[in-house]
Design a binder for this molecule. Structure first.
Ligand SMILES: C[S@@+](CC[C@H](N)C(=O)[O-])C[C@H]1O[C@@H](n2cnc3c(N)ncnc32)[C@H](O)[C@@H]1O
Length: 391
């Protein structure tokens, strides 16, 4: 299996226990501080005693000026009950089989200057933590968890990889603001890409490598797996990103472009089935072209809605036999380019460069890439997003 498809494999095998590091949460959240004042934050895949999302919002509760913090845990999470076996005040062990909820409206500080780890420990051990057993298992889709969702202003978490589509659908249904971790392959899902295309959701700031703690029972892997000096198992992925509908500065940064289309037309061949030119690298987007361009998926990380529109590829079909695709991308066998002017050898050589540039190799892309037909000089490109410069 290609190493970068292991995150997809995680969803297939339902390996959902990937625990996010505090520093990764902090680094991303730094870009959104202004959105949190007087808000109720929900972390709904987060054991209050274990999750760093919960810890981050407890530590920064007063600094961000939060109104309320709700964290719900899922019963089958392998960290439930690990950290704290007893609520002193409940005289009851934390058990698997039930989810737990922490619901707080204040975080007392011993020294008044900031929330310390000791403050958090004291809070979690006290009645003030508002921790209680849920009626059910804490599934984010359950009635009681949806009640919490309704009360939340912003949802922030790393949801289960295997339920990403459902998770986002629920956030959209309840019209919630959110900031969640996902993987770059999610961009191409037919349930996700149309939301990106319509600027209803976009990517956050971090795009690329991220390491996660995993439970003891996770099997070692040849790559992107290690055990640290404390015996903690880790996995990492090169394809992580954040999805959000909270505005941030990066999405208003201008793309610096230096290439020209006119004079270099043969570098930008047209698709057979779509009215667009192919651009192999984000850096190659020509600054003098105002029609549709099909660019790598990684473009989404650089998308500035004031500069470019993202176009639904179905709207620029030139061949009536090309089926309408739910995802709205150019990909698979319909992403063919047949042209005498197409410099196949040069592109094949460059493909090494753009694999590196995209820093991820979608399995499907690799498969489609293999479909290149050298005899007829027909080539199917990697999955592409169509963009058009705003006038
Ligand atoms: C990718 S892990 C992230 C955990 C935590 N949010 C973090 O970032 O450290 C996803 C978590 O969602 C939990 N989970 C799986 N299915 C769930 C469901 N249906 N409802 C709520 N949580 C679920 C898993 O047990 C796992 O702990």
């Amino acid at each position: 299996m290609a190493k970068n498809s292991s995150l997809n494999a995680a969803s297939v095998a339902k390996q959902d226990e990937f625990y996010t590091q505090y520093k990764d949460i902090q680094n991303e959240l730094n870009h959104y501080e202004k959105h949190f004042k007087d808000k109720t934050v929900l972390c709904n895949c987060d054991d209050p005693f274990e999750s760093n999302f919960c810890k981050f919002f407890l530590r920064n509760f007063n600094y961000l000026g939060l109104k309320r913090l709700i964290c719900t845990s899922y019963s089958t999470s392998s960290v439930v009950g690990k950290q704290m076996t007893l609520f002193d005040w409940m005289d009851e062990p934390v058990v698997t089989g039930n989810g737990y909820v922490m619901d707080i409206k204040e975080v007392p500080m011993a020294n008044g200057r900031g929330v310390s780890d000791e403050d958090i420990d004291n809070l979690l051990k006290s009645k003030k933590s508002g921790v209680k057993k849920l009626k059910g298992d804490g599934d984010f889709r359950s009635e009681e968890c949806i009640e919490y969702l309704k009360q939340a202003d912003i949802v922030v978490t790393n949801p289960p990889f295997s339920l990403f589509r459902e998770y986002v659908a629920l956030l959209m249904e309840y019209d919630k603001k959110f900031l969640i971790i996902g993987n770059q392959n999610n961009i191409t899902y037919k349930e996700i890409f149309p939301l990106i295309q319509q600027n209803k959701i976009w990517l956050g700031c971090k795009f690329g490598d991220m390491a996660f703690r995993v439970p003891d029972h996770y099997e070692p892997r040849a790559t992107r797996f290690w055990i640290d000096e404390n015996g903690q198992k880790w996995r990492s992925f090169g394809t992580i990103c954040w999805y959000t509908n909270l505005d941030h500065e990066k999405r208003h940064e201008k793309l610096i472009l230096y290439k020209n289309y006119y004079g270099n037309e043969s570098d930008y061949p047209k698709y057979d089935n779509y009215d667009a030119i192919n651009v192999n690298k984000v850096a190659d987007i020509p600054k003098d072209y105002f029609e549709c361009m099909a660019v790598p998926i990684t473009y989404v990380d650089k998308h500035n809605p004031e500069e470019f529109d993202i176009i639904n590829a179905n709207d620029i079909r030139t061949n009536p036999e090309t089926p309408v695709k739910g995802h709205g991308l150019i990909k698979d066998k319909d992403a063919v380019i047949t042209t005498y002017a197409y410099k196949y050898d040069e592109i094949a050589k460059n493909s090494l460069t753009y694999v590196a540039e995209e820093s991820h190799n979608y399995l499907t892309d690799r498969q489609t890439d293999r479909q290149t037909d050298r005899q007829t000089d027909r080539r199917i490109t990697y999955a592409r997003i169509v963009i058009r410069r705003k006038m």
